[in-house]
Design a protein around this ligand. Structure first.
Ligand SMILES: O=C(O)[C@H]1O[C@H](OP(=O)(O)OP(=O)(O)OC[C@H]2O[C@@H](n3ccc(=O)[nH]c3=O)[C@H](O)[C@@H]2O)[C@H](O)[C@@H](O)[C@H]1O
Length: 439
């Protein structure tokens, strides 16, 4: 303590320290005190170095992580080390004969959670990765993570733009498949934060493909495109053969870009790539930014519900698709994905390139969705009819699913009434008793 006092007396700004003429005794005293100071600071410095080495992951490569610059980063990269690798290996271990070994990106997301759980249930090896960004309520993502952890799925916290991390995962596990679901979703939010779409849906996808093309063996990749690529098309139902060159939102444009990028990596490197055009997926553990979710929340709070209508009071409708049907489609696409043909970054022959609609084939007007919710919640909605804003929305979507049906027997079986019933049951139990509040 007395020693500390001595140090306290030393001016902290060396430039302001005034040297005085002094006696030899004082000189000796100063010299002695300098030695004590030097020893003390050496220990402090050494301690800091040891602390730093202890805290940092053994792999130096994590320092190259590049979280989304446009968004508050809620995770600190911490990966690597024997214990971490053991968790990665154990989560990805295949437990059934001929099972797949799948890296699921966006595993704490809505579709990612359901697909990961379904794969794990069949005995496939599953490892998740998610950056836990704050686009919507992070606690919901954490709850999904906890759910998956209970089934033995480990989610690595990291960004798909972190090539060092993804490469490390491929070093530790020879994934046979990648289910790529990490994305910046939402058609309207693109007006507020355009760069987050470029970061996740374009740069992130390219980063992931760069690692996949160099992996040995290369995995087969199934990834989430979107019904929004049909943009301003008016011919229904939407078929994979239709044009997709008039997107109505930046979200749609980045998904369309993803389809072109997939073509390139398939062509140059022999990567097997399957894009799935999801049609307004809904269900338990869903995304709070989607209409069915926040309509439910706001109706329960007695708040008004903005219902969009098209020109001339035209109906706005969606081919709402229940999550379990989407999961079956994802598994079907994974199971029928052929192997990539390249190795070590070199193409050896032509590889599979596919794109499928995964919809429900029966569009429902948004006003009808609200009526179903009214019956299920036993609440009268305060409807406010608004003109559909020109910020990314399209008036209707309707999938032709015959291609997915013929390739892997895709056949949706859940109508909106049944699916919403399951969603509402989940919603009420998840947010029960005011323990958690929907944001
Ligand atoms: O298929 C997709 O690829 C996309 O599906 C989803 O987009 P959308 O179909 O637009 O879903 P969602 O916002 O729930 O609006 C549903 C309906 O409610 C109407 N809607 C919406 C908001 C509102 O305030 N009022 C309203 O009437 C609105 O006009 C619409 O008719 C995903 O979010 C997107 O990430 C992507 O996956």
């Amino acid at each position: 303590m007395s020693q500390m006092k001595q140090f306290d007396n030393i001016p902290s700004t060396p430039g302001k320290f005034k040297m005085e003429k002094s006696s030899p005794y004082i000189h000796r005293l100063r010299w002695h005190s300098s030695l004590v100071k030097l020893t003390f600071w050496s220990f402090v410095f050494l301690g800091m170095i040891l602390m730093f080495l202890y805290k940092s992951p053994p792999s130096t490569s994590s320092s190259s992580s590049t979280p989304d610059p446009s968004r508050r980063s809620l995770w600190t990269p911490s990966w690597g080390g024997p214990a971490w690798e053991k968790r990665v290996r154990s989560s990805a271990r295949v437990r059934s004969r001929n099972g797949l070994c799948v890296l699921v990106t966006g595993a704490a997301g809505f579709v990612g959670t359901h697909v990961s759980a379904a794969l794990k249930r069949r005995g496939d090896g599953v490892l998740g990765i998610d950056n836990f960004n704050d686009y919507y309520d992070v606690s919901l993502k954490r709850a999904r993570q906890a759910l998956l952890e209970r089934t033995g799925v480990f989610i690595v916290e990291g960004d798909i733009n972190d090539q060092a991390l993804i490469s490390k995962l491929f070093e530790v596990v020879a994934f046979t498949h990648v289910m790529h679901l990490a994305a910046q979703a939402g058609v309207r939010y693109a007006m507020q934060n355009p760069s987050s779409y470029v970061h996740s849906n374009i740069a992130g996808f390219v980063s992931l493909l760069e690692v996949c093309k160099s992996a040995n063996p290369q995995p087969a990749i199934v990834w989430a495109s979107s019904s929004s690529v049909y943009g301003l098309n008016t011919k229904v139902p939407f078929s994979e053969k239709d044009r997709t060159d008039q997107p109505a939102s930046l979200y749609a444009a980045t998904k369309k870009a993803g389809e072109e990028i997939a073509h390139t990596y398939n062509h140059i490197y022999g990567l097997s790539l399957t894009g799935l055009r999801f049609f307004t997926v809904y269900g338990p553990w869903g995304r709070p930014d989607m209409a069915y979710f926040f309509f439910t929340r706001d109706m329960l709070k007695g708040k008004p519900i903005p219902i969009f209508e098209g020109p001339n009071h035209g109906t706005v409708a969606r081919d709402f698709t229940y999550i379990d049907d989407i999961v079956k489609g994802c598994l079907g696409a994974l199971d029928t994905a052929e192997k990539s043909t390249g190795s070590g970054g070199k193409k050896k022959g032509p590889a599979q390139l596919r794109v499928f609609n995964l919809g429900n084939t029966s569009p429902v007007p948004v006003s009808e969705l609200v009526s179903i919710l009214e019956r299920l919640l036993k609440v009268k909605a305060k409807r406010t009819v608004l003109k559909m804003p020109r910020n990314g929305d399209v008036q209707f979507t309707h999938a032709n699913i015959s291609y997915a049906q013929s390739e892997f027997g895709y056949k949706p079986t859940t109508d909106l009434q049944t699916g919403l019933k399951k969603f509402v049951r989940w919603y009420l139990s998840y947010y029960s008793g005011g323990k958690k509040s929907a944001q």
